[in-house]
Design a protein around this ligand. Sequence first.
Ligand code: SER
Length: 342
Amino acid sequence: MSYYTLITGANGEFGHGLISKLYAQGTKIITLDLNDLDPTLVPMVEKAYRLDLMGKEGVDEIFENYDFDQIYHLAALLSTSSERIPAKACNINVMGTVGVLDRAVKQAEKNHIRVKVMFCSTIAVYGLPNLEVKAANPFVSEDQFVTPTTMYGCNKLACEHLGSYYTFNYMQLKDDPRKRDYGLDFRCIRFPGVISAFTLPTGGTSDYAPEMIHAAAKGEKYNCFVRESAKIPFITMPEAIDALMTLSQAPAEKLTRRVYNIGGFAATAGEIYALVRESFPNAPETTFNPDVARQGIVDTWPEDVNDEAARRDWGYKPTHTLRSAFTEYLLPNIKAFYANKK
Ligand code: SER
């Protein structure tokens, strides 16, 4: 049988880059999103479903019509949005994920295959108690400070555990008497803030970095909602997508965990702004007016992460420093992108 790849939340930032890369590899793609799929992506997919992940019948129909061996579960509400509508966020972020995991397990059992579920988690699962502890722990590893302070962080941490639960309960591991070689194979990356040259996030808290860069590229003024000293890790979108695809292709026996940190380049908002000034000298000056709630969230996220496990198990290596992210990826692409829009 030839299997399909399902992408949920496909019209979001990750989906845009991921669809073209998977398509280039010859993957047969089915997408699901609340909104219409970007028309430029439509020719790359077999079928684009516009529906609500929480609407049972529609999603059941997708799993009845297609057999999947891989699912990229990207649909979620980001951190700032989730604080505004916490119960709804929990429903979408957690119960939406349970629905995907449960259906994936059923298909794996029906077809006697491993169904990989690739999941995007986040540095929001961390909850550093204060700035002193944050400064004293510059490289946080997967099992430290997993005490999230946001609904989004709680949701993503819960999903990490649920993905592991479904894997261990339905695809038993070696030395387990119930061992068998089919079931769910959940794999997850905890991403830093992600910056794309082509799209902007909606409702996240690390959004100040991409927003500041895109505003300058458009010659618009930006009012940054965190202080200049706010520091978290970031990664470029192509690196993020490559990492997700590399983890998906890694041999199962090499993986010592289900959930991996990856770092990119750690930077303060001020350091990012210095490069924005250098790159777009004619853009209006950015002002820094910290928003208490959003600054409070960033203060609980680590300055950087320890990603030794990802480097060891599946060869993760970031491509960019902050400067090379600007000079090699962001600037050439963002300038061309807005020049084409004129
Ligand atoms: N970028 C996400 C957010 O800000 C965090 O992973 O919500």
